[in-house]
Design a protein around this ligand. Sequence first.
Ligand code: PLP
Length: 421
Amino acid sequence: MDHFLYRDGVLHAEDVPVPDIARVVSTPVYIYSAATLRRHFQVFDEALAGMDHLICYAMKANSNVAVVKLMGDMGAGVDVVSGGEYLRAKAAGIPGERIVFSGVGKTRDEMRLALEGGIRQFNLESEPEMRALSEVATAMGVTAPVTVRVNPDVDAKTHEKIATGKSENKFGIPIARAREVYAEIRDLPGLEAVGIDVHIGSQLTDLAPFRAAYEKVAELTGVLREDGHTITRLDLGGGLGIPYEHGNQAPPLPMEYGQVIRETVGDLGCEIEIEPGRLIAGNSGIMVSSVIYLKQGEGRNFLILDAAMNDLVRPSMYDAHHDIVPVTEAEPGVERAPFDIVGPVCESGDTFAKMRNLPPMTDGDLVAFRSAGAYGAVMASEYNSRPLIPEVLVDGDHFAVIRARPTYEEMIARDMVPEWL
Ligand SMILES: *Cc1c(COP(=O)(O)O)cnc(C)c1O
């Protein structure tokens, strides 16, 4: 459910007409709904009610400081995957004890940064990383709380680029090796194991892989406790999928996901952490773009937009589907025609959708890409020297630019020509 609805034939973001924002900020632009973000957090919070838990928003999905602050104000923690995200979380006011550090390649500098600023836990992904953290923490005279991200060898049944829980993926330590690794952690100075971590992939539309992974984590909890380890936290990762295609079969609801957690690990006396990213931010955002030209091709009609793959890369990178809708609703009964919807970037990969049925459109008309709040703006680039796309946050009847579009001058001024050239 989101707060992007038509009123009197015009798409609104909560109470703000989308064309009002486009007029002020120009297009392309991302627009987020604060009410939708809050609602998605609450839905997860309710799904885990009765269990001691912390929702650690996976901020790589949408790391704008305003969005992260909104989540933090609701009591969320965050899952970060880089020093940059750690500092963004801090800038958003998230206290260190609510920041979880994930990722396969944490550098020593990043470890130091987090240990200095405060950290809830590091999720370790390899033995070399474990030894590096031990050295860094020991040199600083502190103890780093850690979990080990175990790779349960479960097929998440999602796009291959975002599946992370199979043995051939680069993530985590094979679950069969977990006992040895926890034993080594106990022997190493500067580390204290506090729990177990697992994350098997993104955009999962079936609960069975979650259940399989969490059952393995439950079993491991028992084994590690028998070995004398204190396991008080289970970080169950993120990955619950969202509906991208209107009218198509919807993924499971957070409530059903919460039930799987309850049934698999609910009676272990552990604090539960989850790291949802896409489900919090995905349907909380749209990308709005203007039609530049309608071009008649041979047997195809192209709708050429002012947004391109550098602004929203998911269709070209993951073959992802986004519903694309006119901001001004067509009159009922108007005849629709198929269009290929493309951007101006100089490669054929810059195609958002093929053969989409749309009502008649003309230059300057606005379209909205739905479900664009996660892995949208964060993956944007300035390819083709197109200034980075801006972001707007709507809350009720007001909105604010939360990241401005750089001017051409600002974009170009970042390059430096050496004196000797
Ligand atoms: C990407 C990621 C997440 C979030 O995944 P979503 O599919 O956006 O929920 C959570 N945890 C880790 C470790 C991740 O890498």
